[in-house]
Write a protein that binds this ligand. Sequence first.
Ligand code: BG6
Ligand code: MG
Length: 218
Amino acid sequence: MDKVGIIFDLDGVIVDTAKYHYLAWKKLAKSLGIDFDEHMNEQLKGVSRVKSLEKILSWGNQTLDEDTFKNCLYSKNEDYLNYIKELNEDEILPGVLEVLNYLRDKGVPFALGSASKNARTILKATGIMDWFEAIVDGNDVSIAKPDPQVFLIAADKLGIEPSKCVVFEDSVAGIQAANAADMLSVGIGDQEVLKEADYIFNDFTEIELKFIESIILK
Ligand code: BG6
Ligand code: MG
C-alpha cells in the first residue's frame, strides 16, 4: 500500500482566522465605499490577498492606481495582523488537535497548503508549527487557488503522489484546487457552498477518527 499524506488549509480549517480576514476586508471595502457581505466573502476564502482586492474592486466597479492598490493591501494586512496579535492555541478550532494527534500517533505525514503569507506567524503563535512535515504558503506559490499549485508543491515536499493525498479545505477555491490536483477533497463548512468536495463536514468535531482511519488506509 502506498503512503498517504494529508494537506491542511489553515484559515478556517485549523484556526478560526477566516473571521478576521472578513472583518479586515469589510473595513477596507467600506473605506472605498464598496458594499461587502458574508456571501461575497465566501468568494474570497482561499484567495490570495492581491486577487481578493481585485475582486472587491470589480464588485465596486472601481480601479486604483498602483500605489493606492498597494496601500490598500498594506492597510488590510495591518488590520488583520492587529486582529491576530494575541492569537494563541485557543484559536485552534475544536476537534483539530484530536485529528492532528491521531495522525502523529499513526505516523501519517501532514503538510500545510495555505494561500496566506501570514501562515508561519499563525502556526508559531498556536504552537503547532513543528508538527507539519512541510509548509507551503502564500510566499511559495505563483498561482493562487483554485490552481492546484500549492497542493502539488505540498505533495512533492511530502514525497507522496498527489492521488494519495487528502486535502482539508473550507473554501470553494481550495476544494477546486484539491480536485484539480487529483486529491481527495474534504470540505469543512457549509454543504451547499462546498458541494464540489468529495466529503463535507460542518467542522472537525463531526469527523470521527473512523473516517480518518478510512482515508489513511485508502
Ligand atoms: C487564505 C484566506 O488562507 O489566505 C484568504 O482564506 C486570504 O482569506 C489569503 O486572503 C491570503 O492571506 P494573507 O494572510 O496572505 O493576506
Ligand atoms: Mg481557508
